[in-house]
Design a protein around this ligand. Structure first.
Ligand SMILES: Nc1ncnc2c1ncn2[C@@H]1O[C@H](COP(=O)(O)OP(=O)(O)OP(=O)(O)O)[C@@H](O)[C@H]1O
Ligand SMILES: [Mg+2]
Length: 361
């Protein structure tokens, strides 16, 4: 004979993925009825529009079916009353609620003083490589006026959904969680003409109001330069460190050093340097061509006292796959060792610093 106690115990093993508490503890399990091998109960969710509804139901059903003697499980869904919701999410209308439920182990920002050197590409490939190693990975696109991450990961337009705690990031085909202003705009071409404070506000919301859940790595793609977005990320996010991206052009040398100086002044560790567009391989002869001149990254890394993590070639296939929203199909063999080195050296996200920064949320 199956008892209600057994059913409740089974459902205690099922977690609400957003609230990180079990269904029984959250008061979601109601009206348990047992008739022979048949179990029927009601699940009261915080919202019936919950995007994770199917997952929660499937897990609840499987948990009860696993009990000895249960052959059939019927679940009725209902929505909690406003009062009940308030009890489990006391300040759910306040900004920054999601942040308290997120657990993000390492936060790595990708930066360069210079535009177009391949920051977004390096951010994207880093996420892909870490995901291939089996880590839980997210990308926060902090480039509010020139976001390029969604274009690299999605062949078609995607829209994030809202959950009870905040915005749910959109998942790529290999399961990388992505949030970008471009996912929220009516049209991808729509220009975001915002001044610094609004840009900073959006970045802080991407940190505090996005339900990232449990992540091993959150990669932050920065816009070029050392302006508001970079400042907000460095001051308000608990960074493990920054990766600097450079190219062999002379100008890059100078501007990347500015970025390095900014990180140093703000006390953010520089994890290393990646030189992109270092060389190209001639398809006919296999010869290595240094299109932008000889590499300067070794010298720069020594001057900055940071490791040179690696050099990436100019590879037409990269641009093609990025434009088609298929960056995850790129084998990225040259990138795997870079990601590995970064993963080894990434310190846990600097929570202490985060809590101590005045004005940081
Ligand atoms: N190694 C490479 N081989 C081929 N194409 C590349 C390579 N690196 C970057 N690209 C292409 O160059 C363009 C610029 O790269 P990306 O957007 O990553 O630069 P960025 O530094 O993020 O630019 P922005 O400063 O505008 O944010 C993209 O179209 C990208 O696909
Ligand atoms: Mg970019």
């Amino acid at each position: 004979m199956i008892t209600e106690e057994q059913v409740r115990q089974a459902l205690e093993k099922v977690m609400d993925p957003e609230l990180k508490r079990n269904l029984v503890e959250l008061g979601m399990v109601r009206d348990v009825e047992i008739r022979d091998s048949q179990v029927k109960f009601t699940l009261a969710l915080t919202t019936l529009a919950c995007p994770l509804k199917d997952q929660i139901m499937a897990e609840a059903k499987a948990a009860v079916l696993a009990l000895d003697g249960v052959k059939e499980v019927e679940i009725e869904l209902k929505e909690m009353s406003a009062e009940e919701k308030k009890r489990i999410l006391p300040d759910r209308d306040q900004p920054g609620v999601a942040e308290r439920f997120n657990h993000i182990e390492h936060v790595i920002a990708v930066m360069s003083g210079k535009g177009g050197v391949g920051k977004s590409l390096v951010a994207g490939l880093l996420a892909v490589a870490l995901r291939r190693e089996g880590h839980q990975v997210g990308i926060l696109d902090a480039d509010i006026t020139g976001p390029s991450i969604p274009r690299m990961f999605f062949p078609t337009r995607q829209w994030p959904k809202g959950g009870p705690l905040g915005i749910l990031p959109v998942e790529s085909k290999t399961g990388i969680k992505i949030m970008s202003i471009n996912l929220l705009l009516q049209s991808e071409e729509q220009a975001v003409i915002w001044r610094g404070p609004l840009i900073s506000g959006a970045i802080k919301q991407f940190w505090g109001d996005v339900v990232w859940g449990d992540l091993d790595y959150l990669i932050v793609d920065l816009p070029p330069g050392t302006s508001d977005a970079a400042l907000t990320v460095m001051q308000s996010l608990p960074l493990s460190g920054v990766v600097l991206v450079t190219s062999p052009q002379g100008l890059a040398d100078m501007v990347v050093k500015k970025a390095a100086q900014m990180a140093a002044q703000l006390n953010v560790p520089i994890m290393g340097l990646v030189e992109n567009m270092s060389y190209a391989i001639c398809p006919d002869t296999g010869k290595k061509l240094e299109v932008f001149g000889p590499s300067k990254s070794g010298v720069m890394a020594t001057q900055l006292h940071v490791p040179l993590l690696g050099r990436l070639p100019i590879e037409p296939q990269i641009a093609e796959l990025c434009d088609a929203g298929r960056i995850e199909d790129y084998p990225a063999e040259e990138f795997a060792p870079i990601a590995k080195k970064l993963a080894e050296m990434a310190l846990p996200a600097r929570r202490a610093m985060f809590l101590n920064v005045p004005g940081a949320k």
